[in-house]
Design a protein around this ligand. Structure first.
Ligand code: NDP
Length: 313
């Protein structure tokens, strides 16, 4: 495709959803063009071992897995471009996008798979020890801390869920909640309260994660009493929410109040014809590589059906 041609299918994002959409779209003859965005490979590029993606019995490194996804998408002819899309116009019927360098492209279908980014506390020690005991995903990394004490920060459903998950692997889970109540749903809070090895520290903030090459503990502060203490943990899980990368679409598509794209039931269709959403930009409940890949597949199948219905292919 030259820059002036209309793409049949343009994919925004290069995590498991984007690459899976590309594999399906390419094999269906849609000659997809995929824009990788700023972090090619998405969230898995900051993960170490992935042990829960079926098909890899010995596990696989996150970046290695994304390299395999990319190669598979390329094998069937996906045109992968290492650039950001910075503006869209979904007035239709043909949609327009602009790259960061100002190139304008047109596409009959757009698949959004821009993912989500974990929120971080912003501590220097948190950045330094990421993947060395600091993680934003208990399901991905919890297994490495079995038999060890860990801490989870946050008071929402994610934190409750992560603490509960870790409580099955770890002898003690310290849940650090910055207020005197949790935001999590009642049922999740009840689950936390009923789990004996989850210790909730109310009104508590993490001041610093201790350790040079690995997490050795966390210095915490009670923001009511000012008391400072240290907990000896080997794992530190930040679960203060994710932000879907959907700002680009806010003038065009329906989103919930936290920015997740809304799709029609049992499909990847958005309210705009020819625009489909997949992966973590659209899913706030499961957020797994395998579910993102699944919805990427759905989006490509929906795009192909749409192009057929409209007589474009
Ligand atoms: P939420 O925004 O719901 O909660 C974030 C939590 O992190 C809040 O308790 C917040 O505290 C706390 N927090 C935010 N910033 C900081 C900080 N700097 N330091 C310490 N604590 C901080 O995010 P979630 O990821 O938990 O949930 C997102 C959405 O996904 C929700 O709608 C949730 O219901 C949904 N979800 C559903 C699940 C399910 O149904 N199984 C599982 C997981 C998520 P404060 O309350 O003081 O603001």
């Amino acid at each position: 495709m030259t820059n002036n041609d209309k793409a049949l299918c343009l994919i925004i994002g290069s995590g498991p959803a984007g690459y899976t959409a590309a594999i399906y779209a390419a094999r269906a003859g849609l000659k997809p063009v995929l824009y990788t965005g700023q972090e090619p490979g998405g969230q898995l590029m900051i993960t170490t071992d992935v042990e829960n993606y079926p098909g890899f019995p010995d596990g696989v490194l996150g970046p290695e897995m994304m390299d395999l996804f990319r190669k598979q998408a390329e094998r069937f002819g996906t045109d992968i471009r290492m650039e950001m899309i910075t503006k869209v116009d979904f007035t239709g019927p043909v949609h327009k996008v602009w790259t960061e360098s100002g190139t304008e492209l047109e596409a009959h279908t757009i698949i959004i798979s821009t993912g989500a980014s974990a929120k971080w506390l912003g501590l220097e020690s948190e950045k330094r020890l990421t993947n060395q005991g600091v993680s934003a995903c208990a399901v991905c990394d919890g297994f490495f801390f079995r038999g060890m004490e860990v801490a989870v920060v946050g008071g929402g459903d994610t934190a409750a869920e992560e603490a509960t998950y870790l409580s099955k692997l770890c002898p003690k889970v310290h849940l650090l909640v910055r207020r005197d109540e949790m935001r999590a749903s009642k049922i999740m809070q009840e689950r936390v309260n009923k789990t004996e090895n989850i210790i909730v520290h109310w009104n508590t903030e993490a001041e610093e994660i201790l350790g040079n090459d690995a997490v050795e503990g966390v210095r915490i502060k009670n923001n009511k009493t000012g008391e400072i203490s240290t907990i000896d943990v080997k794992g530190f899980f930040v679960a203060i929410g994710h932000k879907p990368n959907t700002d680009l679409f806010k003038d065009w598509l329906d989103m919930d109040d936290t920015g997740y794209l809304i799709t029609k039931p049992d499909s990847s269709r958005t309210k705009i014809e020819g625009v489909f959403a997949s992966g973590d930009a659209q899913d706030k409940i499961y957020r797994q590589a395998v579910t993102a890949a699944g919805t990427g597949c759905m989006a490509a199948l929906d795009a192909e059906r749409y192009l057929t219905e409209k007589g474009i292919i």
